[in-house]
Ligand binder design. Structure first.
Ligand code: 26V
Length: 814
C-alpha cells in the first residue's frame, strides 16, 4: 500500500519531501542532489498521481457497485492545460508541495512551469469541456469524458517579422506522468466496405479495422475524493496487418500501412473557421465515437443483463456535432449487433442523447458529402437514410404538402452535392438541444433551428456556460484567492455565490487597498511575462486593456486596432492632454488557412512597432501581442487585466467564457450586447460594465435595410483618418499596400461584422473607460462589484443545470 498523504497528516511536508525524494530515485531515476526543475516536476507529479490513482479506483468501485447512472461527454476537444498545480490543489497538497520543494531550492511555480500544456482543443468549445470535467468531478456526478489522444495538439504559434508561424506541438514527446494506459481496454473500429442484406438482416462487410486503445487521465474533484475520468483513444494498427507485411519482408510497406491506420489519432484539426471536410477528420470522429460507444455498452452489460434499460443508466452528451455519428452508431450496435427492433432502439437513442450547439455561423455547421459517408461508413449512411425517412414522415404531418419545409428539415441537403447535415442528425436523435447563453439559445430557435423548434418547441433549451473557479481563480490568482479567503473564508471555491458578500466591501477603503495591491502585483507579473515573450517593456501603472481569444473577424480584433490607431493619432494631435496611459494586450491564434485573421495579427504587430517606438508617445500607449496563447498563458493574463474586450458583433458570439474569467479576476468589461456579456451585465449591474454598439435586432435591421459602410467612412473624420493611415501604408512603410485588402473588406467587401457602424460608439465608450480609470476608488468599487457578481458563472452551476434538466441525474447521489 503506497503512502497515503492526507491534509490531516501532521508532518505532511516532511512526508512529501520524502515522497519526492523516493520518486526522484525510483521513478525518475536521478540523484536527488542533481535534480533539475524538470525532474522535480516529474517527481511531484508522481506523488500526486499515486493519490489520484487511489481516488480513481475508489470512485470506480463505488460507481460500479451502485450501478450508477453516468454521463458520457463526447468531445473532439479537451483543452486541459497543465495538470500538476490543479491536482495538488484538489489533493490539498499545494502548500506542502511548495514547502517540500524548498529543500531543493525550487519554487512550485517554477517547477510547475516545466509541464507542457495538454492543448487538445482549439478554443472555447474545448476549454469548456475541460471546465465541465472539473465540475462533474467536484459536484459528484459519475462521469466519463471521451476524446482522442492526439499525438500533436493545437499548433504552437511563433511570430516572425510580425507574422504567425505554426509549429507542431509534440506534447507527448517526453511522455506524460498523467496518463494511465489501459492495456486491456482496446476495441476494433471498422471502416469502409459495403453492406450485404442477408434474409433482410444487414451485414457490414467492412474493408479496414483499427484498434482504439484507452488512455485515462484522472480528473480530480475539489473538496471531495470523487474523480471523473477523461478516457482518450489512441489509434493502433491491428497486429495482423503489419505482421503479414513483415513476414514477407516488405518493411517499407509494413510501416506505411501502420502509418495509414495510426494517423487517425495523430493530430488535432486546428481549424475553427470552416469545418474540415476531409476524410481523415470524418474517420477521427467515427473512431472515437465507436470506441466510446463500445466502451459504454460493455460497461452497461457488466452491470445489467441487457441493453433494454440503457437509457436509464447512461446520458450521452454531444459536444457540438463532431460526435453526431454516435446517433447512427448506437442504432447500429443496438439493432445490428444486439438484434433489437428498430423502434425500440430509436426510443432508447432519443432518451440517451442530448446535444449542445456552440455557434450560429451557418458556414460552421458540419456537413459530410453523402459519397464520402458511403465510402467510409456505408452502414451508417443506410441508418441515417432510414432515420431521415421516418423523421420526414412525421414532419409532413405538421405541415402537409409543404415540401420546402421538408427540404429545409431533411438530414440530407439535396442542393448541389448531396450532404449529410450533422446538426439535423443531432437534433433528431436527441431529447434536448441547448445553446450556451440566453441570447444564443433564443437565436437558435429563431434562426437556424426554427423549423425544428416549430415541431418540437420543448426540445430546445439554454444552458449558460461557466468556468471552473478552481483553475480560473484559486490557481491562476493566488493573490486574490488569499484576499478572498481572509475576507470570506475559503468556501467560495465550491460555492461561488459566496462572492456576493464582497459587495458590502466595495467602498471599504482598507479592502480596496488590498484589492488594488493584488491587482498591481498581478500586473507586475504580467508585465514580466510580456517582457519575456515579446521583449517589450510595459508599465504596470498603465491601464491593461486585454483582448485574448481566437483571431476571428466576428470577434473584431480589428475594431480594437482601429481604436488603438485612433488613440495614437489623437495623442499626436494633442500630446499634452491628460491621457490615461494604456497598454493594449492581444493574444490568440489564427487558423492557418484564414488569410484575413493572419493579416490582422500582422497589423497588430506593425501598428505596435510604430506606436511603441514613437518617442512622442512614451508610456501613453503601448501595443503588445503575446505569442502562443493557450491555457497557461491565459492563467497569467486573466489576473493582470483591468479591461476585458468582448466586442463581437451582436448576435455572433455564442457565449464567450474568457469574458467570465476576466471579470472573475476583477477586470471591467467593455463589450457588445452579445452572448454571455448580456448575463454578465445583468449580474454586475448596468453601471459596472461598458456596453456599446448595435444590439442584435439593430444589426439585423441595418443589414436588411442595406448597410453602407462607406457612409460611416465619409461621415466620421477620425475613422477616415485611421483607415487611410492603415490602407496607405503608414504602419507598413516597407510594403505600403500590405493592408489594402484588409481595409477593402470593410469599405468595399460589405464590412460583414459592422465594424464601421460600431466604431463611433466604441471610441466614445473607450473615453468613458479613461474617465473612470482616473478615479481609482470608483474604478476599484466597480471591479470588486464585478467579482462579487460572478457566482452564477461557475461551471458548477452549469453542470448542476445540465444534470437536473437534461441528464436527469442528482449530483452527489453516491
Ligand atoms: C466558429 C466559427 C465562426 C465563424 C465561421 C466558422 C466557424 C467555425 C467554427 C467556430 C467554432 C465553433 C466552436 C466553438 O469553439 N464555439 C465557442 O464555444 C464556446 C463554448 O460554448 C463559446 O463560449 C464561444 O462563444 C463559441 O465561439
Amino acid at each position: 500500500m503506497p503512502l497515503r498523504l492526507t491534509p490531516s497528516s501532521a508532518n505532511i511536508s516532511t512526508n512529501i519531501q520524502a515522497a519526492i525524494t523516493q520518486h526522484l530515485l525510483n521513478t525518475v531515476g536521478v540523484n536527488p542532489a542533481d535534480a533539475t526543475p524538470n525532474d522535480l516536476m516529474l517527481a511531484v507529479s508522481h506523488v500526486a498521481r499515486q493519490q489520484l490513482s487511489q481516488r480513481w479506483v475508489e470512485t470506480q468501485t463505488r460507481e460500479a457497485a451502485a450501478k450508477a447512472r453516468r454521463v458520457v461527454y463526447l468531445s473532439m476537444e479537451f483543452l486541459m492545460g497543465r495538470t500538476l498545480s490543479n491536482a495538488l490543489g484538489a489533493l490539498e497538497l499545494r502548500g506542502a508541495a511548495a514547502e517540500g520543494l524548498t529543500q531543493f531550492a525550487q519554487t512550485l511555480e517554477n517547477v510547475a512551469d516545466r509541464e507542457p500544456d495538454a492543448a487538445l482543443g482549439n478554443g472555447g468549445l474545448g476549454r469548456l469541456a475541460a471546465c465541465f470535467l472539473d465540475s462533474m468531478a467536484t459536484v459528484g456526478l459519475p462521469s466519463f469524458g471521451y476524446g482522442i489522444r492526439y499525438e500533436y495538439g493545437m499548433f504552437a504559434q511563433d511570430i516572425q517579422n510580425g507574422a504567425q508561424m505554426e509549429y507542431p506541438d509534440p506534447w507527448l514527446e517526453n511522455g506524460t506522468p498523467w496518463e494511465f494506459p489501459r492495456a486491456d481496454i482496446s476495441y476494433p473500429v471498422h471502416f469502409g466496405g459495403w453492406v450485404e442484406h442477408v434474409n433482410g438482416s444487414p451485414i457490414w462487410r467492412h474493408a479496414g479495422e483499427v484498434a482504439a486503445k484507452a488512455y485515462d487521465m484522472v480528473v480530480p474533484g475539489h473538496g471531495t475524493e470523487k474523480v471523473s475520468t477523461l478516457r482518450l483513444w489512441k489509434a493502433v494498427a491491428p497486429a495482423h496487418i503489419d505482421l503479414n507485411a513483415f513476414n514477407t519482408g516488405d518493411y517499407a510497406r509494413a510501416a506505411s500501412l501502420k502509418n495509414e491506420y495510426e494517423n487517425i489519432s495523430w493530430v488535432l484539426y486546428p481549424n475553427d473557421s470552416t469545418p474540415a471536410g476531409r476524410e481523415l477528420r470524418l474517420k477521427q470522429e467515427y473512431f472515437f465515437v465507436s470506441a466510446s460507444v463500445q466502451d459504454l455498452v460493455a460497461r452497461h452489460l457488466r452491470e445489467h443483463p441487457s441493453l433494454d434499460n440503457l437509457a436509464e443508466h447512461v446520458a450521452i452528451h454531444l459536444n457540438d456535432t463532431h460526435p453526431a455519428i454516435g446517433v447512427a452508431e448506437l442504432m447500429r450496435v443496438l439493432c445490428d449487433e444486439h438484434a433489437m427492433p428498430w423502434d425500440k432502439a430509436w426510443k432508447i437513442c432519443g432518451n440517451t442523447f442530448s446535444y449542445t450547439n456552440h455557434t450560429l455561423m451557418p458556414e460552421a455547421l458540419e456537413t459530410w458529402p453523402v459519397g464520402l459517408m458511403q465510402h467510409v461508413l456505408p452502414r451508417h449512411l443506410e441508418i441515417i437514410f432510414r432515420i431521415n425517412k421516418e423523421f420526414l414522415d412525421l414532419a409532413a404531418t405538421h405541415r402537409p404538402g409543404d415540401n420546402a419545409f421538408l427540404a429545409r428539415l431533411s438530414l440530407i441537403d439535396e442542393q448541389g452535392e448531396r450532404r449529410v447535415r450533422m446538426a439535423h442528425l443531432s437534433i433528431v436523435g436527441s431529447h434536448k438541444v441547448n445553446g450556451v447563453s440566453a441570447l444564443h439559445s433564443e437565436l437558435l430557435v429563431q434562426t437556424i433551428f426554427s423549423d425544428f423548434a416549430s415541431i418540437w418547441p420543448d426540445r430546445f433549451t439554454n444552458m449558460t456556460n461557466g468556468v471552473t473557479p478552481r483553475r480560473w481563480l484559486a490557481q491562476a490568482n493566488p493573490g486574490l484567492s488569499g484576499l478572498l479567503d481572509s475576507t470570506l473564508g475559503s468556501g467560495w471555491r465550491l460555492d461561488l455565490d459566496q462572492l456576493q458578500k464582497l459587495k458590502a466591501k466595495k467602498d471599504d477603503a482598507a479592502f480596496q487597498k488590498s484589492f488594488m495591491a493584488v491587482k498591481r502585483a498581478n500586473k507586475v507579473r504580467l508585465a514580466e511575462a510580456i517582457a519575456r515573450s515579446t521583449g517589450i517593456q510595459v508599465s504596470p501603472d498603465s491601464l491593461f486593456d486585454v483582448q485574448v481569444k481566437r483571431i476571428h473577424e466576428y470577434k473584431r480584433q480589428l475594431l480594437n486596432v482601429l481604436h488603438v490607431v485612433t488613440r495614437y493619432q489623437a495623442i499626436l494631435a494633442n500630446p499634452h492632454a491628460d491621457w490615461v496611459p494604456r497598454t493594449v494586450i492581444f493574444a490568440g491564434k489564427a487558423a492557418s488557412s484564414y488569410v484575413t485573421a493572419k493579416s490582422i495579427i500582422r497589423l497588430i504587430h506593425d501598428v505596435g512597432t510604430v506606436v511603441n517606438n514613437d518617442p512622442r508617445i512614451g508610456d501613453k500607449l503601448k501595443l503588445v501581442f503575446m505569442p502562443n496563447y493557450g491555457v497557461s498563458v491565459a492563467e497569467t493574463i486573466m489576473p493582470g487585466a483591468d479591461l476585458s474586450e468582448q466586442i463581437s458583433t451582436a448576435g455572433t458570439e455564442a457565449s464567450g467564457t474568457g469574458n467570465m474569467k476576466l471579470a472573475l479576476n476583477g477586470a471591467l468589461t467593455i463589450g457588445t450586447d452579445d452572448g454571455a456579456n448580456i448575463e454578465i451585465r445583468q449580474n454586475v449591474g448596468d453601471d459596472n460594465i461598458f456596453i456599446f454598439g448595435l444590439k442584435t435586432p439593430e444589426v439585423q435591421a441595418l443589414k436588411q435595410s442595406g448597410y453602407q459602410p462607406m457612409r460611416y467612412y465619409e461621415n466620421t473624420p477620425a475613422l477616415k483618418a485611421v483607415l487611410d493611415a492603415i490602407a496607405g501604408g503608414q504602419f507598413s512603410p516597407d510594403e505600403p499596400g500590405r493592408y489594402r485588402a484588409l481595409v477593402d473588406t470593410l469599405l468595399w467587401g460589405g464590412d460583414h461584422y459592422l465594424l464601421l457602424a460600431d466604431y463611433a460608439s466604441y471610441v466614445a465608450t473607450q473615453a468613458q473607460v479613461d474617465d473612470l480609470y482616473r478615479q481609482p476608488a470608483a474604478w476599484c468599487a466597480k471591479a470588486i462589484t464585478n467579482v462579487a457578481g460572478m457566482g452564477v458563472f461557475s461551471s458548477d452551476r452549469t453542470i448542476r443545470e445540465y444534470a437536473q434538466q437534461i441528464w436527469h441525474m442528482a449530483p452527489d447521489a453516491l
